[in-house]
Design a protein around this ligand. Structure first.
Ligand code: G
Ligand code: G
Ligand code: MN
Ligand code: NA
Length: 253
């Protein structure tokens, strides 16, 4: 309860900020995009990790206003960077199932894109498999979003409980291989085979594939051998505050 009230207050007072983690083309070392990751800086408690407050925000429904703030803030930032002459990058934003259940979600996304003048093709929404297994209405909402030109990525792919049949019907552009398969991809045969299977699956049905949790050169090497060229992880960069992300964009070009 205490944390719930603090969260409510925090949303009202905008105690949140966003960090951006680079997404890379690992074969050319080019920066291709960034994932927005929210942080909560509570005035007394300090920085609280999203692993703690996102589940609470989901349970209480506060993820709806918070998620809207995150989307608006990150789209605004993406456009500000464009206006300042940084290279165009795809912005990825995590979306919870609760947000997709909001009947006004598509409308809100459109309003935010209109307000921030960000073209839909520069926005990607990351959803988990559980969202896809959820029900018909969330699927039709994803279809509407994709029809607007927004990319849809399946986050933490390989860890959900849904059947693979959804891949056939669903509006998906990208599979994001869960970090649990990446962390020991160079030492564990099963992780290696699973990652390879996901990469081949994605390519054979015309989807993009990206690996997350890349921490070592060995991870990059294994993935390139297996044909996965997109990646994200501490090996390239941790999630960065605005100023540090600007330095990253400047130094990599
Ligand atoms: O950034 P970090 O690794 O601490 O994130 C922890 C968890 O919080 C991850 O599962 C991530 O997807 C989730 N998360 C981070 N930012 C957001 C956000 O803006 N919206 C939602 N729904 N989840 C987020
Ligand atoms: O669930 P989602 O994939 O959105 O969450 C991404 C989470 O993974 C964030 O909390 C982010 O900080 C974290 N993360 C990003 N790169 C790495 C990495 O290389 N190693 C580890 N252990 N975590 C990472
Ligand atoms: Mn994610
Ligand atoms: Na993930």
């Amino acid at each position: 309860r205490i944390l719930e009230n603090a969260l409510r207050q925090g949303i009202k007072e905008e105690q949140f900020y966003i960090e951006y983690q680079p997404k890379m083309n690992m074969s050319t070392n080019e920066l291709i995009g960034m994932e927005a990751l929210v942080r909560w800086k509570h005035p007394d408690l300090g920085v609280i990790s999203p692993g703690k407050f996102i589940p609470l925000a989901e349970e209480t429904g506060l993820i709806v206003p918070l998620g809207e703030w995150i989307l608006r803030e990150s789209c605004k930032q993406a456009l500000a960077w464009r206006d300042e002459g940084y290279p165009p990058l795809i912005l990825s934003v995590n979306i919870s199932v609760r947000q997709l259940e909001d009947v006004h979600f598509v409308e809100k996304v459109q309003t935010i894109l209109h307000e921030t003048r960000l073209d839909t093709k520069w926005l990607e929404l990351e959803v988990t498999e559980s969202v896809l297994a959820n029900d018909k209405s969330t699927i039709s909402i994803l279809k509407e979003l994709q029809n607007l030109g927004i990319h849809i990525s399946v986050d933490d792919f390989g860890t959900g409980y849904s059947s693979l049949s959804y891949l056939k019907e669903l509006p998906i552009n990208t599979l994001k291989i869960d970090q649990s398969f990446i962390k020991d991809i160079h030492t564990n045969k099963a992780s290696n085979e699973i990652a390879k299977a996901i990469i081949n699956l994605a390519h054979s049905i015309g989807l993009n594939v990206i690996a997350e949790g890349i921490e070592l050169k060995e991870h990059v090497d294994e993935l390139s051998k297996d044909g996965c060229i997109l990646g994200q992880g501490y090996y390239y960069s941790r999630p960065l505050k605005v100023g540090a992300f600007e330095d990253y964009m400047t130094n990599i070009h």
